[in-house]
Design a protein around this ligand. Structure first.
Ligand SMILES: C[S@@+](CC[C@H](N)C(=O)[O-])C[C@H]1O[C@@H](n2cnc3c(N)ncnc32)[C@H](O)[C@@H]1O
Length: 273
């Protein structure tokens, strides 16, 4: 294999959970996402995914939420082929490869410097694909990113690790920088934060969660006046549920009848600014 990765902090290590969900999804007979590169990365570093205790439910939730964000980003890039794409807390996700945008799009994957180094070891460079090694709560990391183009901003699995103050600061920075754009990210209700702190499948990240949870997607509009709610995507109501194993399918079908109950699970939120 011949690749020695830098040592990660527990926070950086959280990238393995989502990456391994996508890799394991790829190995199923009917993958949700079909991310061959995720599988290739996990095999290349010979990562011991078994210690993460990833069950079917967690795998499905992680991959469907990634797929929903891909769909929002892809639709935006079709309408704005001159856009900037930003993946915040990108880890080793190969979203840009999945989206395959035209060369007129400049895509930026942002994560801590040590993760950025690992990305360059494991993910082949491409023209118009950029990696920024930075803490997104710091000021100034956006300085090298063009500020005169529309932006699609994705944050998959990041916000749980930021406090409300840090998130508000990050969004102020982003919305001041770009003239217009859309943002898509997964969010957590207060209950979901509690569950993530106590579930077996998310034990590896439980102590790192800082986000307090938000129960109503409209609450985010109050965080920044430019932020406009577009859509809430509740996994229980998505068509992929039809292919779930029976017990899970019945559970999500029942959950789909209640918004409050559905919000206890995976939520993808879509905004424009
Ligand atoms: C659960 S992982 C998700 C990674 C990736 N989005 C995915 O779906 O595979 C969370 C990622 O957020 C990154 N992260 C957390 N806090 C960050 C911060 N303040 N600045 C930059 N990256 C951060 C971590 O290093 C990690 O790679």
């Amino acid at each position: 294999m011949g690749i020695t990765l830098p040592a990660f902090t527990p926070l950086e290590d959280s990238l393995w959970l989502t990456l391994c969900c996508r890799a394991l999804d790829y190995r199923t007979p009917h993958p949700v996402l079909g991310d061959a590169m995720a599988d290739q990365i996990v095999r290349t570093v010979d990562y011991d995914y078994k210690r993460l205790n990833i069950g079917t439910n967690l795998r499905l939730n992680a991959t469907i939420r990634a797929k929903k964000m891909d769909e929002v980003a892809s639709a935006y890039l079709t309408r704005h082929p001159d856009a900037i794409g930003l993946d915040l807390g990108a880890g080793l996700d190969t979203r840009r490869q999945r989206l395959a945008p035209p060369d007129t799009v400049d895509w930026y994957d942002v994560d801590f410097p040590v993760v950025a180094t690992a990305r360059s070891e494991l993910i082949p460079e491409r023209p118009h694909a950029h990696v920024i090694g930075a803490d997104v709560t710091d000021k100034g990391w956006l300085d090298g990113v063009p500020s005169d183009r529309p932006a699609i901003i994705v944050a998959d699995g990041l916000m749980g690790f930021l406090s409300q103050e840090e998130l508000m600061g990050l969004w102020d920075q982003l919305l001041d920088h770009f003239p217009t754009g859309e943002m898509v990210f997964n969010s957590y209700t207060k209950f979901a934060v509690f569950a993530a702190k106590h579930s077996r499948g998310t034990q590896s990240v439980a102590d790192l969660i800082k986000f307090p949870g938000v129960d109503d997607p409209r609450d985010f509009e109050r965080w920044n006046p430019k932020f406009q709610f577009v859509k809430e995507i509740l996994i229980s109501r998505e068509p992929e549920v039809a292919a779930f194993p029976t017990a899970l399918r019945l559970y999500y079908r029942a959950q789909a009848h209640s918004t409050a109950w559905s919000r206890k699970g995976t939520i993808v939120l879509h905004y424009r600014f």
